[in-house]
Design a protein around this ligand. Structure first.
Ligand code: AMP
Length: 428
């Protein structure tokens, strides 16, 4: 497969700077395929899940088109872009992405969703918004009360359309569509394409470019993935054991679920003579830079990070990614292990799974469509649970990749993301 570069996608300098700051080295497959036609203003129908980099795939070309096109006269600061998402978490995440990718442009982003008082949201809308990200129910309320206007929308994005359907949002979406100008660019993303979504798509898209991104395109084949079943209490010992036994573990990025946990891991490793550094949100910018530099230069063999802090870390030659804790969002696993085996080199992803994380493992294996090789010969091994890997191996043989996933109940899905300007607008 041809590897594209961001330079080939003709993105403008303010966006390229933001991409570099994120630490992205290459466009993901969906970005490489989606961005060119979106820049031309084409409609798009994409079968792609969260975790593929789809947010940047639409946010970057949208921001670029906003920069290029003049605001229509007389609109004040009414929204030019509307993104509809099924859950507040996803909406907040998309809002944050627009803010980050657009940080060198001057567009205002607001996120509105239900379950919170509306005051801050109506104030944000009154102040003026260029990009509005919303869950359908709350947006419809705001529209009906006259707080939002959508008559200047130039681009409409429907994200996770199949989940919107599952959650019963399609009638709301259809009502919202009536308030949006007919002449616009429309994008629809959906992990699966049930008939109702296909019919919604055909009624709102004009001659769309169709893209399908399979989840398996995301896990690099050259990553050796290994699963260790271990008790929570023994994870630290197991990590020290692997470091002692495996000299190829030269530059390891270790993920911890919590900041406190990250500190503890490093402290205990340093005690047994392994130089590790830690970065997380409680560390000052200077401390983070020092830790990164030490890791980059090879002085520190390990960098322990939380997911939020690890975002944007750009370090080449990471030999091992260690999931000290398994993430509760399966896409995060794919994203984490993608830190190794970059640019054609190979890498190892080591995961620790305790009793309480077996459900996470199941979700991960379902997403990547295969079972992860279990390492049984380590001193802290616990017997393989009958329910986890084996059962999934059977599912994988039937080819679960790309199959519809059971919808995640509302509110259970979490994206361990930090707050930024966008969310505080929505939540304040
Ligand atoms: P999404 O599918 O949009 O939720 O993105 C999943 C994750 O991939 C997010 O954490 C993004 O920050 C990250 N991401 C998006 N594009 C890239 C890229 N080109 N290179 C590396 N990471 C990326």
């Amino acid at each position: 497969m041809t590897e594209y570069t961001f330079e080939q996608l003709n993105l403008i300098d303010p966006l390229m700077r933001a991409i570099r700051a994120e630490g992205y080295q290459r466009p993901t497959p969906i970005q490489a395929r989606a961005i060119p036609s979106l820049l031309q203003g084409r409609d798009q129908l994409s079968c792609a899940q969260t975790g593929t980099g789809k947010t940047a795939a639409f946010a970057l070309p949208i921001l670029q088109r906003l920069v290029a096109s003049k605001r229509p006269a007389g609109g004040g600061r009414s929204p030019r872009v509307l993104v509809l998402a099924p859950t507040r978490e996803l909406a907040a995440q998309i809002g944050q992405s627009f803010t980050r990718y657009g940080k060198h442009t001057r567009f205002q982003v607001a996120v509105v969703f239900g379950g919170v008082v509306q005051g801050a949201q109506t104030r944000a809308l009154r102040r003026g918004v260029d990009i509005l990200v919303a869950t359908p129910g709350r947006l419809l309320d705001l529209l009906q009360q006259g707080h939002a206007r959508l008559d200047r929308i130039e681009v409409l994005v429907l994200d996770e359309a199949d989940r919107m359907l599952d959650m019963g949002f399609v009638p709301d979406v259809r009502r919202i569509l009536k308030a949006v100008p007919k002449k616009r660019q429309t994008l629809l993303f959906s992990a699966t394409m049930p008939p109702d979504v296909a019919s919604l798509a055909s009624s709102i898209l004009v001659d769309p470019v169709r893209l399908e991104i399979r989840p398996t395109e995301r896990t690099a084949d050259n990553i050796d993935q290994r699963m260790h079943f271990v008790t929570r209490a023994n994870k630290q010992r197991l990590l020290a054991h692997l470091l002692a036994e495996d000299p190829s573990m030269q530059r390891a990025l270790v993920f911890s679920r919590t900041k406190h946990g990250a500190d503890r891991i490093v402290k205990q490793l340093n005690r047994v003579g392994v130089h590790g550094e830690v970065i997380h949100g409680n560390k000052s910018q200077r401390a983070r830079e020092r830790a990164l530099e030490s890791f980059r230069s090879g002085r520190a063999r390990l960098l322990v990070a939380t997911d939020i802090a690890a975002r944007g870390i750009d370090v080449d030659g990471i030999t091992h990614v260690v999931n000290f804790d398994l993430p509760n969002v399966p896409e995060t696993y794919v994203h984490r292990i993608g830190r190794t085996a970059r640019a054609g080199s190979s890498g190892v992803a080591v995961s620790f799974c305790d009793q309480n994380e077996r459900g996470h493992l199941k979700d991960i294996e379902r997403l990547i469509g295969s079972s992860i090789h279990q390492v049984a010969d380590h001193p802290y091994a616990v017997p393989q649970p009958p329910t986890a890997t084996m059962a999934l191996a059977a599912g994988a043989d039937r080819g679960t990749a790309g199959q519809p996933k059971a919808p995640t109940p509302r509110g259970r899905r979490r994206y361990g993301r930090g707050r930024n300007r966008t969310t505080s607008v929505a939540r304040a």
